[in-house]
Design a protein around this ligand. Structure first.
Ligand code: SF4
Ligand code: SF4
Length: 71
């Protein structure tokens, strides 16, 4: 199932430019990000657990993460 309320995306080129980095993976309190092939990826089924804490947005060095409210 996809997300109903929150959509998170990672711009892979920006994420690549920020490596080495695990900032979003380590800062998200609800495990929305995982490491895949050395880059960050979104666990689609977890997106609606997002608390809107903004840590991923603040800590990403390349502004690779975007968060969209779908409601
Ligand atoms: S805003 Fe917070 S809870 Fe939501 S994905 Fe980013 S770090 Fe995780
Ligand atoms: S914080 Fe940004 S650069 Fe770092 S792993 Fe996450 S998306 Fe990639």
């Amino acid at each position: 199932m996809g997300s109903m309320f929150i959509e998170l995306k990672i711009d892979i080129d920006r994420c690549r430019a920020g490596q080495p980095c695990r900032a979003c993976i380590e800062s998200c309190p609800v495990d929305i990000f995982v490491a895949t092939d050395g880059l960050a990826a979104v666990v689609a089924d977890n997106q609606d657990e997002c608390t809107l804490c903004d840590l991923c947005l603040q800590r990403c060095p390349t502004e690779a993460v975007t968060l969209t409210k779908l409601y």
